[in-house]
Design a protein around this ligand. Structure first.
Ligand SMILES: Nc1ncnc2c1ncn2[C@@H]1O[C@H](COP(=O)(O)OP(=O)(O)OP(=O)(O)O)[C@@H](O)[C@H]1O
Length: 232
């Protein structure tokens, strides 16, 4: 299973996106500032936007899901249970995992932004597609929900997961890091080797690297462990 970007080019007004590289099985983080082109890339890989040049090639992938940044865009049903069922999932299981037990008959638009995000995140991850793309999965979530989301992402055993995010506090363990800057995608390679090359690294990782530590992954816990190792 893999996704290849073959000299992908997308032009819209003054914005141009360019990228080449291969997304293999595992968890990938595409990081970059607001407006750099992360959502546009997600839509291109999902086939929801047509490239101006080059191509997106999917190999051995039979199911694709993209979770949009704004959870409201996914709503198609008048109840929370109906919404979970519309993803082909058991509403009781979804509500339990989304911490929304007792809200089955509520109108999804009556949930808070964060509650709605929890619902759509659980639906997208529980569908377990071969290619799962999560656009800003941590936005609108509190710290506990971000950590739960990380565990769910890490719990995916197979397939390709691509996280598009500028999150810099709570992140999951990942296999590879990519950076998007002004529409240009750069693959930094696999973790941990990619970490010192990551210009948008969260402050805790930048601190650990400055101290001479070599974190094994990108979570706060990895930075802490690496600091402990050099200070022991
Ligand atoms: N529907 C649209 N029509 C025209 N321009 C758009 C549209 N959506 C985004 N853009 C522009 O394209 C560029 C890339 O936007 P994009 O949403 O891909 O960035 P992003 O990195 O995902 O940002 P964020 O972190 O805020 O989600 C930005 O300059 C943005 O203003």
């Amino acid at each position: 299973m893999r996704v290849e970007l073959d000299e992908l080019l997308f032009a819209r007004g003054t914005f141009t996106l360019r990228g080449s590289g291969t997304f293999d099985e595992g968890v990938h983080l595409v990081s970059g500032p607001v407006g750099s082109g992360k959502s546009t890339l997600a839509l291109l890989i999902a086939g929801l936007l047509r490239p101006t040049g080059g191509a997106v090639r999917r190999h051995g992938i039979s199911s694709v899901q993209v979770l949009l940044q704004f959870p409201e865009y996914h709503i198609t049903s008048s109840t929370v249970a109906g919404e979970a069922a519309s993803w082909g999932l058991d509403p009781d299981e979804v509500l339990a995992r989304a911490d929304l037990v007792g809200r089955a008959d509520d109108d999804p638009f009556r949930l808070s932004r964060g509650e709605l995000k929890r619902l759509t995140l659980c639906c997208a991850i529980m569908q377990d597609p071969d290619l799962l793309m999560l656009d800003e999965p941590f936005s609108s979530l509190d710290c506990t929900a971000k950590q739960r989301t990380c565990r769910m992402i890490e719990g995916r055993r197979e397939g390709i997961t691509i996280i598009f995010s500028h999150e810099s506090a709570v992140l999951p363990r990942v296999d590879a890091i990519w950076e998007m800057e002004n529409g240009t995608l750069t693959g930094l390679g696999g973790v941990p080797h990619a970490i010192p090359r990551w210009r948008h690294a969260p402050p805790y990782l930048a601190y650990a690297l400055n101290e001479g530590a070599r974190p094994e992954n990108i979570r706060l816990q990895d930075a802490r462990e690496a600091l402990c190792r050099i200070r022991d």
